[in-house]
Design a protein around this ligand. Structure first.
Ligand SMILES: *Cc1c(COP(=O)(O)O)cnc(C)c1O
Length: 388
């Protein structure tokens, strides 16, 4: 089966990991801080706090922003469940803002209207978590303007979007957000096996993220000087969400090839767009403002398609083409039934879910596999008049 996504591991990655295994520090050594500095530098941001997953990063991002019981968090319904679960971990209430039909990112107009209505009801969100779907940045400038007007914080769930650009600057520079989160799961753009990171420009948030990541414990030179070298203080209820040095070494090695990975993904996307032109489908709408990192390549079947999405999915899988669906709207999950969301409140997300399919997208996808994918899709989606 040709997978929909796949990591790229070379000898330098293996050597970097082996070096750590042969060293004194498997965790809490110097590789995690080195990885954090390299990420911060790449993203043009002041601070990076690495964790054992993007899910953990989203959790501590919410906590660092002071999210607590009864607060409200809004996010996109078309995302992985981790984007909204982080609010529930903190006892907050979750709600969704419908997506834009063309980009599958949060819809600015839907957000505006929902904010106006929520203000009247005194039910404004504390945090908005935006998701850069498939690596395409949301319209952050417009969203930040609304954040100022309605007084909410912004977390960018950029799990798909390391290496992407918005207004010519790297996603993660936090010009328009409080915290940005990246994922390093193997299907994402660079990997540490499991892993994630929070980046921020705020000294205060950086300090809180660092505390929440490791038990809420502070071990500073000053407090040790007063008490003794063994001494540390637990200031708040944190977790063990630390990344290991083995993972960070892999991440550092992968980061060197990030730009190369992204340009290969972008090349592949152009080839898909060319190869699939004139078929009853539409790709995610790109813009001059956002340069996607193409974590995913998603197409949507349009009305003229001779087969349904389910049929296309099943037939491509039968041909050993590992297509996927990103995502089932989060409010449809059985666990979310208790919150009483209505499908009719998210018409764009509903329609998107009926039509979307993710095609294989990773730097090492061979020409042969690519041609095989394209010719089969053309075959399946071309009108077959003599069969009608
Ligand atoms: C992958 C992903 C996550 C979770 O990342 P982990 O590192 O696996 O915890 C969160 N949000 C989105 C949008 C993702 O794609």
């Amino acid at each position: 089966m040709i997978p929909y996504g796949k990591q790229n591991i070379n000898q330098s990655d293996i050597d970097a990991v082996t070096d750590v295994l042969n060293s004194a520090w498997l965790t809490q050594g110097d590789k995690v801080p080195a990885f954090e500095s390299a990420i911060a530098k790449y993203c043009h941001v002041n601070f990076a706090v690495a964790t054992n997953s993007a899910t953990s990063s989203l959790h501590i991002a919410c906590l660092a922003l002071g999210l607590s019981t009864g607060d409200r968090v809004w996010t996109s319904p078309i995302s992985f469940v981790a984007s909204s679960n982080c609010a529930l971990y903190c006892g907050a209430r979750i709600d969704f803002v419908d997506i834009n039909q063309d980009t599958a990112n949060i819809c600015i107009n839907a957000l505006k209207n929902k904010l106006i209505a929520a203000k009247k009801l005194k039910e404004l969100p504390t945090i908005l978590i935006v998701v850069h779907m498939a690596g395409l940045s949301c319209q952050m400038k417009e969203i930040a303007k609304l954040a100022k007007e309605y007084n909410f914080s912004i977390i960018e769930d950029a799990s798909h979007a390391i290496g992407a650009k918005y207004q010519q600057k790297p996603v993660g520079n936090c010009q328009y957000s409080d915290i940005t989160v990246f994922s390093f799961h193997p299907v994402k753009i660079i990997t540490t096996a499991e892993g994630g990171v929070c980046v921020t420009n705020s000294t205060v948030l950086n300090e809180k993220l660092t505390l929440y990541r490791s038990h809420g414990i502070r071990k500073s030179k000053e407090i040790m000087a007063n008490q003794g070298d063994w001494y540390y203080e637990q200031e708040l209820l944190g977790f063990n969400y630390r990344m290991t040095d083995i993972q960070a070494a892999l991440g550092l090695s992968q980061l060197k090839r990030l730009d190369e990975f992204v340009s290969k993904r972008q090349e592949l996307a152009s080839k898909y767009l060319e190869g699939l032109a004139n078929l009853p489908l539409r790709p995610q709408l790109q813009s001059t403002e956002s340069h996607s990192s193409y974590h995913l390549f998603i197409i949507r079947l349009t009305k003229g398609s001779p087969i349904t999405r389910k049929e296309l999915f099943e037939q491509l899988r039968a041909l050993n083409i590992g297509v996927n669906v990103h995502y089932i709207p989060i409010y449809q999950q059985p666990y979310y039934q208790q919150f009483g969301f209505a499908e009719k409140d998210f018409p764009n997300a509903q329609q998107y879910y009926e039509e979307c399919i993710s095609l294989p997208m990773y730097p090492d996808l061979s020409h042969k596999d690519f041609d095989y994918i394209i010719s089969n899709i053309i075959n399946l989606l071309s009108e077959k008049p003599n069969e009608r």
